[in-house]
Design a protein around this ligand. Structure first.
Ligand SMILES: Nc1ncnc2c1ncn2[C@@H]1O[C@H](COP(=O)(O)OP(=O)(O)OP(=O)(O)O)[C@@H](O)[C@H]1O
Ligand SMILES: [Mg+2]
Length: 254
């Protein structure tokens, strides 16, 4: 170490390509994405349905492997890692919310959150405290004993978010529009919670069509047809210009 070496980005994708096999047809989903996400950034990913947002998030989480291109986590090549190594990285460093939600169907809301923490090595007592804190922050305390089958779509999304946040991950990847199905007050609460984690240092990549969510981010990456069509820093414009800027971003291609 010379002391002058640049700090590598937390995540870097370089020329990443990935197709899906549908029957015997290859469907290109991500067609060459280069992206660098620095520690502490809050990046909103937008773009129309089918643009490749979920595929990109799965690639960044090691749940899909690139057909071409390179992926680095903290400067280290990870696109060739074995599944067990990826699983360990995810457990230690990632919080992930996917569109499918995937809650454990036979466990209560409270246990869904607490078990995630215990499985990651947290003590039972800390896991219970974290679980309670998140239930309250996300307005779910009254649903603690309910099963996932007894929840609305928006409530399920919030439980999935609580599970992703319970270990205070360095990196949160969220792809189910945690604010999407919510009334405006709950959406505001979720965004306020994400902002708080962001302020405490969590790096966030959030897929969203929601203008409020995008304007909470530092940066908006727009995908179109598997490529990055725009990558814009959200400045802190005066309130009068802000609404216009956000509308410009969200209207893109969608
Ligand atoms: N498992 C799969 N098998 C086959 N094709 C897939 C699969 N998953 C995604 N695709 C295709 O890949 C392309 C990108 O899909 P992706 O799910 O990444 O889009 P998205 O931007 O997340 O869309 P949405 O906003 O609807 O969630 C689409 O053409 C989609 O139909
Ligand atoms: Mg998607």
């Amino acid at each position: 170490m010379t002391g002058s070496e640049p700090i590598p980005p937390l995540l870097a994708a370089d020329g990443v390509v990935r197709s899906h096999l549908s029957g015997s047809t290859l469907i290109p989903a991500v067609r060459g994405v280069s992206l660098r996400i620095d520690r502490g950034e809050f990046v909103a990913v937008t773009g129309p349905s089918g643009a490749g947002k979920s595929t990109l998030l799965h690639l960044l989480a090691g749940l899909l492997r690139p057909d071409e291109g390179e992926l680095r986590l903290d400067g280290r090549r990870v696109d060739g890692l074995r599944e067990s190594a990826w699983a360990r990285l995810r457990r230690r460093h990632y919080g992930i919310v996917f569109q499918s939600g995937n809650l454990l169907p036979d466990f209560s809301v409270a246990d869904n959150i607490e078990l995630t923490a215990v499985l990651a090595g947290m003590s039972g007592r800390t896991a219970r405290e974290r679980r309670q804190e998140l239930l309250e922050d996300l307005g779910l305390a009254h649903k603690a004993a309910a099963g996932p089958g007894e929840l609305s779509g928006g409530e399920r999304q919030r439980v999935a978010l609580a599970r992703a946040l319970v270990n205070r991950p360095e990196l949160l990847l969220a792809d189910d529009e945690p604010t999407g199905n919510l009334d405006s007050r709950s959406a505001r609460d979720v965004l306020a919670l994400l902002s708080r984690y962001h302020e405490q240092g969590t790096t966030i990549v959030l897929v969203t069509h929601d203008a409020r969510a995008a304007s909470t981010a530092d940066r908006v990456v727009s995908l179109f047809d598997g490529r990055i069509a725009d990558d814009a820093r959200v400045e802190e414009p005066p309130a009068s210009r802000r609404a216009v800027g956000v509308r410009d971003i969200i209207d893109f291609g969608g």
